[in-house]
Ligand binder design. Structure first.
Ligand SMILES: Nc1ncnc2c1ncn2[C@@H]1O[C@H](COP(=O)(O)OP(=O)(O)OP(=O)(O)O)[C@@H](O)[C@H]1O
Ligand SMILES: [Mg+2]
Length: 212
């Protein structure tokens, strides 16, 4: 049976990388084979492209360039890692995926949604996540967490208005696709965030095993 594909989405500092560890424990406790991955990146070449995208630089990065680099990395990620794993029955958990493109390159940068749809159809095709956990936090709280973490990339350094568009963009994705995208209140304590994630994983597992 094909593995399940779960993506984690949310703005900077919302807790995606932290949530991944909670999912790892849950998968191990249930003896489910999995691979953890992230976007942009996930393979050596795609990680090199990630560096190109995220490194702070003097030169202005053209919006179309950013969009195409993200999709170039994604094409490699899907072909070399995601699809082969799913076909072997291995679950794939990705820290960010396609929704981030709609939100960052589409909504926040004002990119052409038609073009995004075409790229999504071409590059992603049927390799869409079966479920997405959206970690939602107020922008200011996410920013505080990122500052405490002390490592900031080119997108972390965007304006507050940009990060508000990102949060709104993700919530809009969730409104448009409530079946797939489950919103987690990530402003709560780590324990309560973990509880929400485990609840969602249990629900998904029941749905996927035909229990419900
Ligand atoms: N629920 C929480 N309560 C308090 N602190 C949290 C919570 N979730 C995460 N953190 C802390 O906030 C910081 C950011 O979390 P994390 O790195 O998981 O976010 P992220 O969504 O992966 O961010 P980025 O998009 O920048 O990679 C970390 O230092 C983490 O320990
Ligand atoms: Mg992270």
């Amino acid at each position: 049976m094909r593995g399940k594909f779960i993506s984690l989405e949310g703005g900077e500092g919302s807790g995606k990388t932290t949530a991944i560890e909670c999912i790892r424990h849950w998968l191990e406790a249930h003896n489910i084979p999995y691979v953890m991955t992230r976007e942009p990146g996930g393979t050596p070449l795609a990680e090199e492209i990630r560096q190109l995208i995220l490194s702070p630089r003097e030169e202005a990065v053209n919006d179309v360039t950013e969009l195409l680099l993200v999709f170039a990395a994604r094409a490699q990620h899907i072909a070399e890692k995601i699809q082969p794993a799913l076909e072997k029955g291995v679950w794939v958990i990705s820290d960010r995926f396609l929704d981030s493109s709609y939100v960052y390159q589409g909504k926040a940068r004002g990119g052409n949604i038609n073009m995004l749809n075409q790229l999504a159809n071409w590059v992603v095709g049927d390799n869409k996540p079966d479920a997405t956990l959206l970690l939602d936090v107020p922008v200011e709280l996410g920013q505080e967490r990122v500052i405490q973490r002390q490592h900031q990339d080119r997108l972390d350094k965007e304006s507050l208005a940009f990060h508000h568009k990102v949060r709104e963009g993700f919530l809009e994705c969730a409104r448009l696709d409530p079946e797939r995208i489950k919103v987690i209140d990530a402003s709560l304590s780590l324990d309560l965030v973990k509880t929400q994630i485990e609840e969602q994983l249990l629900l998904l597992r029941n749905v996927w095993s035909g229990d419900v």
